[in-house]
Design a protein around this ligand. Structure first.
Ligand code: ASP
Ligand code: MG
Length: 423
C-alpha cells in the first residue's frame, strides 16, 4: 500500500467548517486505498495571535517558553482534525511532533531536524489508522525541550515525515492552486506553474516566496521527495516540484523564467568609508556571523583612488538589524570605518528560471523593465538561475508587476485566492 503524506496549512484548517472539509478529503484519500499521514498547521492566524499575546506579557519572552506556547497552536488543530475524521467513521490518532519522532537540535525558534524516528506513526498506519501530526515542532535531542522549526515550518515536518516513511509523495495543501509565477495576492494575473524544479523552488523560497518553507525544499531535494503543492478547496492539479522535470521520460521544455519572488522582510546595512585592506571583509562578516546573523546580498565597490576607502553594503533580516549594528560598533576601532547606516525600507525582487543558464539577455530585459517603470535599483546580485535587485520597499509591488509583464508571464485568467489573510 502506498503512503501519502498530506500537509494542511493554517488557512485550510481556519475554522470548524474548514476542518470538516479537510477531514473529508483525508478520508477520501484513505478510502482510495492509501495509508495517510497528515501534518497540520495551527488554525488560521493563531500562531501570530499567540505571538501577540506573548509580547503583551513580556518584552523578551524566553525562547523555551515561546516554543512551548506556539506549539500549542498545532496541538489544537491536530486533535480537532482527528475528531472530525472519527466523526466520518475512520480511526485517526493525533501525535505531537515529539511523539511522532521529530528530533531536532536545541535552537529554539529555528530548530533543525536531525532525525525522524516515526515508529508510532508507522504503527498507527499499519493498524489502519490515519495519523495526524502537529507540524512545526520537535523535541531537542540534547535538552528534551520542545522546539519549533521557524515560521512556516510545518512544510518541513511534512517532507521530513515523507522521507522517513518512504512516502510516494508529499502533498502540501494551501489556499491557492499551486506555485504561481508571482504572488497572486499582489498580482492576480500570475499564472499557475504545472511543474518546477527543486533548484528553482529553492531559489524562490530563499528569496521571499512564502508558498513553501525553505528547509522543506532543501530536505525534499536531499531525499528525492516529490512535492505537490495544491489547494485544499479545489480538486485541480497543483504544481509538481521534482528534481528534474525538464529531463527524462515526461520532460517538458524548461521555461526561461519560472517565476518572481519578492521580499519585504530584509533591511540593508551600509558601512561607510571602509579602508581597502586585506582581511577587512573577513573581520566584518566574521563578527556578523559570530552573532548568528544570516546575511544575504553583499555589495562592495572598488575604493576611490584618492582615499583608498570604499563602502560595503549587505542585506539581512530586518529584525537582526540592531544586533548587527551593535557587533559592528564593537569592531569600529579595529576596522576604522567612518560610519554605519541601517535602512529598513528596502524591497527585494528576484527573477528565477532554469532556462536563464542558456539564454542571454535576461538581465538586460529585467533592468529595462525596472527602468521603464521608474524604479531605481540599489543593489544587484545574480546566480546561474536568478537575477535579483533591491529597490525601495514602496516600489516593490510595481517592480514585480513590471517584470512579470516584461517577461510575458501574465495570464488572461485571474488567480483564485481561496482563503487566508496573507498575514
Ligand atoms: N503555524 C506555524 C506558523 O504560522 C507553522 C506553519 O504554519 O507552518 O508559522
Ligand atoms: Mg506556509
Amino acid at each position: 500500500m502506498s503512503i501519502v503524506v498530506q500537509k494542511y496549512g493554517g488557512s485550510s484548517v481556519a475554522d470548524a467548517e474548514s476542518i470538516k472539509r479537510v477531514a473529508r478529503r483525508i478520508v477520501e484519500t484513505k478510502r482510495q486505498g492509501h495509508q495517510v499521514c497528515v501534518v497540520v498547521s495551527a488554525m488560521g492566524d493563531s500562531t501570530d495571535e499567540l505571538l501577540d499575546l506573548a509580547e503583551q506579557v513580556s518584552a523578551a519572552p524566553p525562547a523555551r517558553e515561546l516554543d512551548m506556547l506556539l506549539t500549542a497552536g498545532e496541538r489544537i488543530s491536530m486533535a480537532l482534525v482527528a475528531m472530525a475524521i472519527a466523526q466520518l467513521g475512520e480511526e485517526a490518532r493525533s501525535f505531537t511532533g515529539s511523539q511522532a519522532g521529530v528530533i531536532t537540535d536545541d535552537a529554539h525558534g529555528a530548530a533543525r531536524i536531525i532525525d525522524v524516528t516515526p515508529g508510532r506513526i508507522q504503527s498507527a498506519l499499519d493498524a489502519g489508522h490515519i495519523a495526524i501530526v502537529a507540524g512545526f515542532q520537535g523535541v531537542s535531542q540534547t535538552t528534551k525541550d520542545i522546539t519549533t522549526l521557524g515560521r512556516g515550518g510545518s512544510d518541513t515536518t511534512a517532507v521530513a515525515l515523507a522521507a522517513a516513511l518512504d512516502a510516494d509523495v508529499c502533498e502540501i495543501y494551501t489556499d491557492v492552486d499551486g506555485v504561481f509565477t508571482a504572488d497572486p495576492r499582489i498580482l492576480p494575473s500570475a499564472r499557475k506553474l504545472d511543474v518546477l524544479s527543486m533548484e528553482e523552488m529553492l531559489d524562490l523560497a530563499a528569496n521571499g516566496s512564502k508558498i513553501l518553507h525553505l528547509r522543506c525544499v532543501e530536505y525534499a531535494r536531499r531525499y528525492g521527495i516529490p512535492i505537490h503543492v495544491r489547494s485544499s478547496w479545489s480538486q485541480r492539479q497543483g504544481t509538481w516540484i521534482k528534481a528534474n522535470p525538464y529531463e527524462g521520460e515526461d520532460a517538458v521544455e524548461a521555461p526561461i523564467i519560472a517565476g518572481i519572488a519578492h521580499d519585504r522582510s530584509e533591511g540593508k546595512i551600509t558601512i561607510v568609508g571602509v579602508p581597502d585592506r586585506v582581511g577587512i571583509a573577513a573581520k566584518i562578516f566574521g563578527a556578523v556571523a559570530d552573532a548568528g546573523i544570516n546575511i544575504d546580498m553583499i555589495v562592495q565597490n572598488v575604493s576611490a583612488a584618492e582615499t583608498a576607502k570604499t563602502d560595503i553594503s549587505f542585506t539581512l533580516p530586518k529584525g537582526d538589524g540592531p544586533k548587527a549594528l551593535s557587533v559592528l560598533q564593537a569592531i569600529k576601532g579595529d576596522v576604522e570605518y567612518a560610519d554605519l547606516r541601517f535602512d529598513d525600507t528596502i524591497g527585494k525582487i528576484a527573477l528565477v528560471g532554469a532556462g536563464m543558464k542558456s539564454h542571454p539577455g535576461v538581465s538586460a530585459k529585467f533592468f529595462g523593465a525596472l527602468a521603464e517603470a521608474g524604479i531605481n535599483i540599489e543593489m544587484i546580485s545574480t546566480s546561474e538561475i536568478r537575477v535579483s535587485a533591491v529597490t525601495r520597499a514602496e516600489q516593490l509591488d510595481d517592480a514585480v508587476r513590471a517584470v512579470h509583464t516584461a517577461f510575458g508571464l501574465d495570464s488572461t485568467e485571474d488567480a483564485i485566492v481561496y482563503g487566508g489573510t496573507g498575514r
